[in-house]
Design a protein around this ligand. Sequence first.
Ligand code: XBP
Ligand code: MG
Length: 230
Amino acid sequence: MSLEALIFDVDGTLAETEELHRKAFNATFHQAGLDWHWSRETYRQLLTTTGGKERIGRYCGEIGATWLDADAIARLHKKKTGAYARLMATGGLSPRPGVMQLIEAARAAGLKLAIATTTSPKNVDALCLALWDRPANKVFDAICAGDEVAEKKPSPAVYRLALQRLGVAPERALAFEDSRNGLVSARGAGLRCVVTPGFYTEGEDFSGAFRLLPSLEGFDLGAFLTETAL
Ligand code: XBP
Ligand code: MG
């Protein structure tokens, strides 16, 4: 069974972006006159809820801010997306080790490439511009993002959408993730999943991972291109 595609998560997998997200959330709260500040520890706990709007909603529930309805949360989150793009554009963000090399090697081998993320297409573009100086659709064949599916990770919906858009069967693709929610999502879609835990996800339960690696540095794609390696 030969490999046809690689499907990547974004935040935490392509780059350690969550600190930029956290800063964007906090800057947005401040500008909106809210005295909320998410510390690293608070954010670590909130990250188990995927999706920025859903994360704000959870926090509102936890602190009893019931006056903020879904529309107000969506408006706040839109501002956060703008703040994130501005922070990203200031530069300084690096890809995680091995990411650029793996994507280049996959292209050279004729594999299809997709994104399956919980964040928004705008944020995927911002990251691709920062890392490749190209918009996401010039790097990936399919970009499947947050609100395009009814349920975010750990639901398998976004990975199923990526497989459908690529026209590839799950057994002919590999997923790349950094989190338990992402792993469960990929596995639910029938994919093998390579997990490289990151700053916020180290120590999560990664049972069921096809490979558990510190990073993608030295990831030997060649070994996976032959039928026997899979
Ligand atoms: C990570 C997420 C996202 C980001 C914030 O998803 O859960 O919610 O933290 O982005 P993934 P938004 O690792 O699947 O890319 O505020 O745009 O949701
Ligand atoms: Mg992730």
